[in-house]
Ligand binder design. Structure first.
Ligand SMILES: Nc1ncnc2c1ncn2[C@@H]1O[C@H](COP(=O)(O)OP(=O)(O)OP(=O)(O)O)[C@@H](O)[C@H]1O
Ligand SMILES: [Mg+2]
Length: 328
């Protein structure tokens, strides 16, 4: 089975999608074969990878089947079969995208409805609940990927529950502010409940030929995203939120507040800078910031900052792989 790494925070706008996009690119640059999967119905990750023409191709007018995660789910949703072949976009030989789809949100009700039915051992309930994981594994096999990175939207709904059950590992992007810490309080308890609920459901599966995810969602750690820092707020306030992250994270994710936290906190994977004007420049060029060239407008100090971002993401990507036991 190919390891699945979910990037998730129920607080929106912290930079999750940007993080998944850049880490996917960096891992591919380092020689890992990566599948980037877009499970957010807002499909921003897909929009970062593909241009307008490509988007029109994968999201055709009905009744054509979309070449997205939703397209693979259609036979299962319509009751005409199980999951279909995943439609994949090769970005380069090392990097493949499983495109997202705004229509994915219509799967939310069926996922909610089937969740309790797993307790009765109903086969369809298990097929529906495990559909994401089975599509991911099939897609990784087809693309020859060694690791799967999953971008999730910011909520605690049924789509994210099924997506997290598909995850072996979980990374939490965090902003050093009250909103993010507030979000953590509902986050950890939900994750722990979902994990336990899935374990008890797994025992009720009566179809031995149906492979199911273990639902570990092992916490790998958090990444602090500093671009969210509001410049109109005092510097001491930022430092205060920053200092509170280690204990709040541990309490949320592990369910107990540590008496002391280590310095540096071992749960912290990295801190990312505010990349300022490099970010819109990279979005315009449809590239990660560390691929920006003078021709894209990255001159002088901008070019130096782009290169330095490349080093930061390189360290982050290697650290992530080592934490999930996937060293090159
Ligand atoms: N390190 C960074 N430096 C500067 N800007 C950033 C950085 N990371 C993200 N951004 C910007 O912040 C905004 C939100 O980023 P992004 O879409 O990745 O967040 P998200 O958490 O995925 O949001 P959503 O909750 O909508 O899915 C974007 O405009 C992005 O360009
Ligand atoms: Mg996002």
């Amino acid at each position: 089975m190919i390891p699945v790494l979910a990037f998730f925070n129920n607080r929106g706008g912290v930079g999750t999608t940007t993080l998944v996009y850049h880490v996917s690119w960096k891992l591919a640059d380092l020689g890992f074969r990566v599948l980037a999967a877009d499970f957010d119905p807002q499909a921003n990750l897909t929009g970062a990878f593909l241009d307008e023409d490509e988007l029109q191709e994968i999201w055709p007018e009905p009744p054509a089947v979309p070449q997205t995660i939703f397209g693979s789910l259609k036979p299962l949703i319509e009751g005409t079969g199980d999951i279909g072949q995943a439609a994949l976009r090769r970005v380069n030989p090392y990097l493949t995208l499983l495109p997202g789809d705004v229509a994915l949100s219509s799967f939310e009700d069926e996922l909610s409805a089937q969740w309790p039915n797993c307790l009765d051992g109903q086969e369809r309930a298990f097929r529906v609940t495990s559909a994401f994981w089975r599509i991911l594994q099939q897609a990784a096999l087809e693309s020859g990927s060694q690791v799967i990175l999953m971008d999730l939207g910011p909520n605690l709904g049924a789509i994210n529950r099924a997506a997290l059950i598909a995850a072996d590992f979980m990374v939490v992007p965090l902003a050093p502010d009250l909103f993010s810490l507030q979000g953590l309080r509902s986050f950890g308890p939900s994750i722990r409940r979902w994990r336990a609920d899935w374990k008890s459901r797994l025992q009720r599966n009566s179809e031995p030929s149906l492979e199911l995810p273990a639902g570990e969602m092992s916490p790998v750690g958090y990444v602090v995203l500093q671009h969210t820092i509001r410049l109109d707020r005092p510097v001491q306030a930022q430092a205060k939120w920053m200092a509170r992250i280690p204990a709040e994270y541990a309490e949320s994710i592990f369910g107990n507040r540590p008496v002391t936290t280590l310095k540096p906190d071992t749960n912290q994977i990295a801190q990312l800078k505010n990349f300022q004007s490099l970010m819109p420049m990279a979005q315009q060029a449809r590239k990660p910031i560390f691929h920006l060239k003078p021709a894209d407008g990255a001159l002088g100090a901008h070019l130096a900052a782009a290169n330095s971002a490349g080093k930061d993401f390189g360290e982050l990507a290697r650290e992530l792989m080592s934490r999930i036991g996937l060293d090159l």
